[in-house]
Design a protein around this ligand. Structure first.
Ligand SMILES: C[S@@+](CC[C@H](N)C(=O)[O-])C[C@H]1O[C@@H](n2cnc3c(N)ncnc32)[C@H](O)[C@@H]1O
Length: 455
């Protein structure tokens, strides 16, 4: 996101060469949580710092337009600095902001959204935005994916190292994970370790790695999925772990390149829970907000922005298991819900069937870029895509449709800003709200409302 002045002047480049020690004030935090300072006009990112403090740091990465430095000492600490709660904070890649007060974390997130919208989105004057608290600060995650690695008869289980992503930082507990699930991590570790140690020789375990996905949707109990290569190993591990822990498990193959998916013959582990007055079904492979109670604020903001009324034609795209869809239909709207994942689409259909008595729901089980957006003649479109944002085809389809109001829920302000710019000048950004669903991390959720004249 940074585009500071380019230098190209020999003495300046020399000053920020590798292993140069700098002493500098941190001006602000960039999106992602790193502090930003300038050394003779060159942008230097220093992690684990706070705006306003003076630090000593050593340059460890040098790029043409910016450098990255390792924090050596905080010379003048900020009043926003606090003692991190987690013993592996600073090494573990899971959290970026534990060293800041909750208020300072939200200020940083506000600034990140403003920066993205101004620099990437071309949207000036967003100064009134204030990231809203949406969650408890700790123990809020109801799902998590931890990595594991088995080498030299030892199990490492945890998140990836912040500086060396190939390394795993072992953890026994994670303070942002729901305590009831987190407290089972040591038991899961022992069971997985035992299963790997006793694995039949046919698996030929040398060094091997995989993932352990955990989920606990109240009032249910913890469920887990083991991912490994080959998938037979994952099945074996899942069965062993279930037997040793009584935690329900399933499994899938794993590779560094592809996303986690359950194996065809693996149980889907369906959870049933009540949320926002709806009885919902959610398979283990369906998306569910990682912080479900915090997500209420996000859903409220969407309903408030869309103002669904009886017979309004609304597209809910990237609909997941259909929480927003059910809300709109409950208000009497005629909803077209788009969801590409077949298992998730089947949950969505079941949830609409179980909960919708007014309005109507039509599910399109298609990737959003293959939808004919004009066909349902939408008045309102809600978008909630994955982190990468929307393909250009989707934005073009919406622009060519009858929609006059667009509510865009984003988990990455930089892709939101990019998509707002791509939508073009026909649309006006009416409002923007940011929510802190993931305290201690740099993640920030946003709800942007765009409108255009009646078509
Ligand atoms: C961020 S989730 C949002 C889910 C839902 N709105 C909610 O709040 O629970 C994104 C959803 O989009 C789905 N998805 C991913 N890529 C898609 C695509 N190309 N077309 C349609 N749906 C997609 C995923 O399966 C997931 O359910």
């Amino acid at each position: 996101m940074e585009s500071g002045p380019l230098l190209g002047v020999v003495p300046v480049i020399a000053q920020a060469a590798l292993e140069t020690t700098i002493e500098a004030p941190i001006q602000r935090l960039a999106y992602g949580g790193e502090g930003v300072t300038h050394v003779d006009g060159l942008v230097v990112f220093v992690p684990w710092t706070a705006p306003g403090e003076k630090v000593r740091a050593t340059v460890v990465e040098r790029h043409p337009r910016y450098a990255r430095a390792r924090l050596d000492a905080v010379l003048e600490p900020s009043a926003a600095r606090v003692e991190p709660r987690c013993p592996v904070f600073g090494r573990c890649g899971g959290c970026q902001l534990q060293h800041l007060t909750a208020v300072a974390q939200r200020e940083a997130k506000t600034q990140a959204v403003i920066d993205a919208m101004e620099r990437i989105g071309g949207q000036p004057a967003l100064g009134r935005l204030a990231c809203e608290p949406a969650s408890s600060d700790w123990q809020y995650r109801e799902r998590a994916v931890v990595s594991w690695c088995w080498a030299d008869d030892e199990l490492e289980l945890g998140y990836h190292h912040t500086d060396e992503p190939d390394r795993i930082v072992s953890i026994d507990r994670c303070p942002i994970v729901d305590d009831r699930m987190d407290s089972q991590l040591p038991t899961l570790r022992i069971a997985l370790e035992g299963a790997l140690r006793d694995a039949p020789a046919t698996f030929e375990l040398g060094a091997t790695e995989g993932r352990l996905a955990l989920r606990r949707l109240p009032p249910g109990s913890t469920q887990a999925a083991l991912f490994a290569d080959p998938v037979d190993l994952a099945r074996y591990l899942a069965c062993e772990v279930q037997e040793k822990t009584d935690i329900e498990t399933t499994w899938g193959g794993w590779s560094a390149e592809s996303r986690l998916a359950l194996a065809r013959d693996a149980p889907r582990l369906t959870s049933r829970f009540r949320h926002r007055g709806f009885d919902l079904r959610c398979g283990f492979d369906s998306f569910v907000q990682a912080n479900l109670s915090g997500a209420d604020r996000l859903y409220d903001a969407v309903i408030e922005a869309a103002q669904p009324r009886p017979d309004a034609r609304i597209i809910d795209a990237y609909a997941g298991i259909g929480v927003i869809t059910c809300e709109f239909a409950a208000a009497g709207a005629l909803v077209t819900a788009i969801e590409a994942n077949p298992g998730t689409a089947s949950d969505l259909r079941a949830n609409a069937h179980a909960n919708v008595t007014t309005g109507s729901v039509h599910v399109l089980e298609l990737p959003a870029d293959r939808v004919e957006w004009a066909r349902p003649r939408p008045e309102i479109v809600v978008l909630n895509p994955p982190r990468g944002g929307c393909p250009k085809r989707v934005l073009a389809g919406i622009s060519a449709s009858s929609a006059k109001r667009l509510v865009y829920v984003a988990c990455d302000p930089t892709t939101l800003a990019r998509d707002v710019r791509r939508l073009g000048t026909g649309w006006t950004l009416e409002s923007l709200r940011a929510f802190d669903l993931f305290p201690q991390t740099a993640h920030v959720e946003t709800v942007a409302v765009l409108s255009r004249p009646q078509r």
